[in-house]
Design a protein around this ligand. Sequence first.
Ligand code: MIG
Length: 795
Amino acid sequence: MFGKLKGFQQQGSSVTIRFEQKAATVDIITPGIVRFFVPFTAKQQPSKAIEQLQKTPGSFTVRSGNGEAVIETEKLTVRIGDDFRTTVLDKDGRVLSEDDPGTAAPFIRRGAGEGLELAAAEGHKLEAERNKLKFQVRKKMEHDMFFYGLGEKTGHLNKKGYHYKMWNTDDPSPHVESFETLYKSIPFFIALKDRQAFGYFLDNTYESVFDLGKENSNYYAFGAVDGNLDYYFIYGPSAKEVVGGYTHLTGTAPLPQLWTLGYQQCRWAYVPEQRLREVAETFRRKDIPCDALYLDIDYMDGYRVFTWDKKKFPDPHKTLQDLREQGFKVVTIIDPGVKKDKGYPIYDQGMAGHYFATDKDGLPYVNKVWPGDALYPDFSSHKVRSWWAANQKIMTDTGVSGIWNDMNEPASFNGPLPDDVQFQHDGVPADHREIHNVYGHYMAKATYEGLKKATGKRPFVITRACYAGTQKYSTVWTGDNQSLWEHLRMSLPMLMNLGLSGVPFCGTDVGGFGFDCTAELLARWIQVGAFTPLFRNHSSIYTRDQEPWAFGEQTEAICRKYIKLRYRLLPYLYDLFHQEEKNGLPLIRPLLLNDQHDPRTYEINDEFLCGDDLLVAPVVTQGEKARAVYLPEGSDWVDYWTKTVYKGGQYIIRETPLDVCPIYIRSGAVIPLYPVQHYVGEQPVTELTLDVYPARKGIRSYRHYQDDGESFAYRKGAFNLYQFDVTAGGDGKTIRISAEKKHAGYEKGYRSFRFIVNQIHPAAITLEGEPVAFSDSGNQTVFTVKKTGEVTIQL
Ligand code: MIG
């Protein structure tokens, strides 16, 4: 397709490579990120995922060698030969990734067409013919490779041997491993080879496919049905650096409001108003913390977006105000489909402004969704996004605190949108094939901008469909799962891979959306939910009730216990988001992200790390009374419940009565804790607790971040930063904890610090020489100090 290499030319950070038939551009973004670009389509369009590309290529050289163009950055060597065949090497000359020289050789699907129609008629889903790809990039598969990422996919953590498609899809049937598509398209994956990680990001919004050694174990490949060849190689060598590089390109999730990390209760649907109030009151009466309640489609007047059904909610403003006084925020659903209905202002405005996507003849395109005949706002156009953003005020003026965007794949009841539906796309018209995968992205962006403008607070948007980069605007949930153990199990690798794909703020419907939950399943799912960034229980209309109290006292007590634990951990989760805003690292992490040195972590599906230091090994199988837990090598691990210390690098068996979710703390960790509250902001938090797990030797530092939890003032310095250094004296006789305020910008700082130091028996504790009173309960030593400074613990 390219032919022989004819020459190259450097201009700034770009190198243009000429081949007999085409030219390609290789762009050095940073010493570890290289972009490969070939404009197959005539139009040059800005990336939809990357909005502000910061180039810091460092010093690099370009020369020719052995008939190839050789680019050397500070971290990589990139060799480009005939036919645009590329090889990427690290500084030691080890090949990281290399184009496969052969031709595509997919395995054969035997069957020769016989019986195909009958099998399909019986309901078998048969693999259709190969996608008609416009291009495919094939890389050589080396013996031991592992693949992660690709956003929201079913199946296991390691994607090796599987094939996936990127085409946002609303399929409410039970999601299983054979699904190649779901609601989100994030064409990015991480490869791990010889303990070195690197990633590929294909920035192409058309339907794309990723084959990780399924069609042929000798190569892995990616390609798209149209658009440009436009992909990035992102070097590690740690997977953390790859995620950092990917989010350097596509952006990180902004720090959310603190209440959005509290427990959230949803249901299709809390109507009428009395039912919503009843749920709110039950939370408070039963002493189960909760910050947010959701209104699903039934609050609207005939599913008309931005309206209220006045029979169900005679005075929504008052209802929401009363709930706010009880500490509840209300989040309402807004779908994209606008009811075709003359006299309905949103429809009339959309028609007058030409805001809707059209058919190929320019007439507004109509399909069916909840409100019946409906039109699709063209979110790819700036003027439509501004209009939609302004509409958010209708909701926030009524007292709504967050917006939930559903059905934005976009979904349709009357067959899929035809390929030739037209979008204006900021003046560069595009068809549905190009816009489909970014429709939800642009809707979320408009919603974010509208909420920001209307409230001045950090917007809370939750979206079902997304593309690479949507994390800048919205949190996501994984759509219509079901109350199945299989779906609880699957949620772990799914959320871990979403996190690795740059989407840190994610969650599944806790308890499962479709089908009827059971007592045991809810108890176990809440235990997982307590550690997922978005902690939202949601269930479908006509399914069994799924609130924490719906299954009797034992389940209720377990829900209360874990929801309360979640509220204790809020400052830890918030700290992780504060760090994530800078480094892009997810909250829920596969073990390999922190412990890449230990290959036994590479394929663990049923454990995860929350941040660096908290390992969660939940029970995801019905009736399981004990489970194996792998503890990564190189650290000691403390059982959170018993405080027993285990050496890393081993499998242990943990008993798992129904109220126990196994949790292990990495030795050396400092975990900040808040008092339990019924909702964020119920009481001002004047004391910070630090749960300290001293390592046997060395120094470990922890930074804690504090701000007002809702505004953007932190971007102008209105925050406090505390640093805690825990030093274990080499003689085993002293531990020093120094607390220092590194940044003071938020006036409501803490008045005291309460330390819980695990597994020590002190003889004396002093703060800057003054004695400090303490209690020693056997496993834990507890003391409180009123100021920062250096605490010395004599053992
Ligand atoms: O066609 O709004 O995934 O969370 O409750 C169903 C009703 C539409 C699908 C969402 C689900 C939501 C439901 N919606």
